[in-house]
Design a protein around this ligand. Structure first.
Ligand SMILES: Nc1ncnc2c1ncn2[C@@H]1O[C@H](COP(=O)(O)OP(=O)(O)OP(=O)(O)O)[C@@H](O)[C@H]1O
Ligand SMILES: [Mg+2]
Length: 305
């Protein structure tokens, strides 16, 4: 069974997509090579367009579908497995042959409204709990049939904690929060931590209500990693250093922060434009080695069982 990890932060522009892509490519490219499925859960479709160009994506979505197909099927009381939706080898470079993708579309944008408008009235606490679980387990059930085809399944979440992200969380064996070393991110990570843990508690509670015999106290392993670290002339800026130290020394996160980090450097933007990971677009560059380190640490922090 694959290990499913979500890349989460309700803040926008903090490197979720770029990190999902680079860790995914790293896992697939470097020994021991792993089979990786990338799932784009964000209606912005950024991860999708890191892997494929517009014309290919249009054809794929028209012929096969996208992640939104899973939710549409649920709304029609049907079930759609990712098995029928996976885009095999969307990237042509042979080094990236171990990567498959479930692409996204803009239609995922109003999935919360669509799910809520179809919510049946519940009369008992058990029904409320069952609906709560059902609406957040759509992706989990869709992943089940492909899980044995992969080593890692990485989910790129949108910058919010609404239902698409909650579905990702319910489907995950763990999650990674990407953080920028600035004041807002440092303050926000405490709120984010509290909110995610609350969402997981709500799941546990719903599971216990629906099935009192269940061991409803599951927690998810999680880590934080710093990306887009400001570096000038090869040296980390003081503010970045201080913000990173603040998070690393806090009681809550001291054991949770990756040792590795990646930098805000032009090699990432150049690689993104070429729809390639830095490993292939600018080997030997700053983020080539930094993202290799991060991939290595990801393997050890989220080991395969
Ligand atoms: N080391 C780095 N790691 C990740 N992103 C970086 C890095 N350096 C620069 N960036 C840039 O930061 C920008 C935002 O990254 P990205 O789109 O991955 O963030 P995001 O959190 O997924 O955003 P959104 O919340 O909108 O989905 C991109 O332009 C990316 O190229
Ligand atoms: Mg993104």
């Amino acid at each position: 069974m694959a290990k499913v990890i979500s890349f989460i932060n309700y803040k926008g522009g903090v490197g979720k997509t770029t990190t999902t892509f680079h860790v995914g490519c790293g896992l697939a490219m470097f020994e021991p090579k792993k089979k990786v499925l990338l799932i784009d859960a964000d209606p912005q479709t950024n991860l999708t367009f890191l892997c494929a160009d517009f014309a290919q994506w249009e054809k794929q979505v028209a012929d096969v579908g996208s992640l939104e197909t899973v939710y549409s099927a649920y709304l029609k009381s049907e079930r759609k497995s990712l098995h029928d939706l996976v885009w095999h080898r969307p990237m042509t470079r042979p080094e990236l042959a171990n990567i498959d993708l479930v692409p996204s579309t803009i239609e995922l944008l109003d999935i919360d409204l669509r799910l809520q408008s179809r919510t049946k009235a519940a009369t008992t606490i058990q029904e409320v709990a069952q609906i709560h679980l059902d609406q957040r387990s759509i992706l989990l059930r869709a992943i089940e049939e492909v899980s044995s085809d992969y080593d890692y399944i990485l989910i790129d979440c949108p910058p919010n904690l609404y239902l698409a992200t909650q579905n990702a969380l319910y489907a995950s064996d763990g999650y990674l929060v990407t953080l920028m070393p600035d004041h807002f991110s440092t303050v926000g990570v405490n709120f984010l931590d509290r909110k995610i843990k609350q969402l997981l508690r709500e799941r546990n509670l719903s599971e216990q209500i629906v099935n009192p015999a269940s061991d409803g106290m599951r927690e998810l392993p999680y880590f934080l990693c710093f990306v887009k670290v400001n570096v000038t002339a090869g040296r980390m800026q003081l503010v970045a250093k201080e913000q990173m130290a603040t998070v690393r020394s806090s009681a809550l996160f001291s054991k949770k922060v990756f040792e590795s980090r990646t930098d805000d450097y032009k090699d990432i933007r150049e690689a993104t434009t070429e729809q390639l990971p830095v490993y292939l677009n600018s080997p030997g560059s700053q983020n080539d080695s930094l993202y290799r380190e991060m991939t290595k640490e990801f393997r050890s922090k989220f080991p395969l069982s």
